[in-house]
Design a protein around this ligand. Structure first.
Ligand SMILES: Nc1ncnc2c1ncn2[C@@H]1O[C@H](COP(=O)(O)OP(=O)(O)OP(=O)(O)O)[C@@H](O)[C@H]1O
Ligand SMILES: [Mg+2]
Length: 374
């Protein structure tokens, strides 16, 4: 078992400002949950409170129904893997991995079995006799994860464990972690500021910002329907485009929105839950814009093209405004050079609307909404 409940958890360091503001969260047993958010938003602080490495200023932390606020880290049934994995340099890989079991008085045979099993899962059997200095960064990180596995925790806590690895190794280790979770079925909480890591690993994502939770949900739900501008802008690369607009009319089940930056109108084939005249922001993902023949759609000029191979990202300035949008196009698309005029067609059915406070506006009949013409 490894169910985690956070109830109104707060943290203040010394007499400084509050850095965690009343966090409520339920992580069911066996779930891979990613904490994501910008630097300084409180992810590590929250994780360290769960681990017992930081005191809790207010609220309750429960593991499998038991309040653990006052329990020592070793009594909480958790294992933590840090970015800086700090292996003991004078011990072999096997000794490093078995160290915590040795401390807890396990027999040599038990330790050998647990270390062997973890090494098998992580495919590091051939490294067991080496010292950490004779390992690559990726191998060391696997040893650190192995050290966490042998303790058979109820919950794994990871704090940016892949940040020291190069890009290719990060992707590979990410896949290994996902497999590890499938194999062990143990609850994992994974802190990262990298939204791609959070999206690909997390069954559930918790988006933190300034010590608050902005939104909790499945990765694709958060991507498709962010609760606010912060989440819309944080998840996705390039980020969601935000176009200023105003609701100009409701017509039966439709809503007409004027994009105020470029004097264009779009018609939603669904009703937006806001009043005529309301100022709003239209959130459009780069893949919801398509480059079409100049003269059609919203007029724009290509400013920068990023060729990524399979896709290209156009950064285009809307005609009559100084607003730049990013557009994801096929990598083989031609005639999209810097300076060329283009038209931009919008997949209206997929846009997100945000009110003047930055919160998502509900769109009725969403499932029936289909792309409307400009
Ligand atoms: N030991 C400490 N004493 C005082 N303030 C701290 C301490 N540790 C963290 N903080 C502050 O708490 C806030 C949250 O920090 P935290 O390390 O939890 O952020 P984070 O989301 O993990 O950021 P990063 O992505 O950079 O690791 C920050 O404002 C930070 O300056
Ligand atoms: Mg951190």
């Amino acid at each position: 078992m490894g169910e985690l409940v956070l109830r109104n958890v707060e943290k203040t360091y010394g007499d400084g400002p509050k850095v965690i503001h009343g966090i409520d969260l339920h992580v069911p047993d066996g779930q891979f949950t990613a904490f994501v958010g910008p630097s300084g938003c409180g992810k590590s602080t929250m994780l360290r409170m769960i681990a017992g490495l930081e005191s809790v200023s207010a609220g309750d932390i429960l593991i499998d129904g038991v309040r653990v606020n006052d329990l020592q880290p070793r009594d909480r049934g958790i294992s933590m893997v840090f970015q800086n994995y700090a292996l003991y340099p004078h011990m072999s890989v096997a000794e490093n991995m078995g160290f915590s079991l040795r401390l807890s008085g396990a027999s040599k045979a038990e330790i050998k079995h647990a270390v062997g099993r973890a090494a098998e899962i992580l495919q590091i059997n051939h490294l067991l006799d080496r010292k950490p200095r004779a390992l690559s960064g990726g191998q060391r990180q696997r040893v650190a994860i192995g050290r966490a596995i042998v303790r058979k925790p109820r919950i794994f806590l990871f704090d940016e464990p892949l940040s020291n690895l190069d890009a290719a190794l990060r992707v590979q280790t990410r896949i290994e972690l996902a497999k590890l979770h499938r194999e062990l079925g143990t609850t994992m909480i994974y802190v990262t500021h990298d939204q791609v890591e959070a999206m690909t690993l997390g069954q559930k994502i918790v988006v933190f910002n300034k010590g608050y939770i902005e939104q909790v949900g499945a990765p694709l739900d958060l991507y498709a329907r962010p609760a606010n501008l912060f989440v819309g802008g944080f998840l996705g690369s390039p980020k969601m485009n935000f176009l200023p607009g105003r609701l100009v009319a409701h017509r039966d089940t439709q809503s007409v929105i004027e994009l105020t930056g470029c004097n264009e109108r779009i018609t939603l084939k669904a009703r937006a839950a806001c009043d005529v005249g309301a100022e709003l922001t239209v959130g459009v993902r780069p893949e919801q814009l398509a480059a079409v023949t100049p003269g059609l759609g919203i007029g724009a000029n290509v400013e920068i093209v990023e060729h990524l191979g399979d896709v290209s990202i156009l950064h285009a300035c809307l005609t009559g405004s100084n607003q730049t949008v990013s557009v994801r196009v096929d990598g083989t698309a031609s005639n999209l050079d810097v300076g060329s005029p283009i038209g931009l067609a919008l997949t209206v059915s997929a846009v997100n609307l945000f009110d003047s406070d930055g919160y998502a506006i509900a769109i009725a009949n969403e499932t029936q909404a289909v792309a409307a013409t400009l």
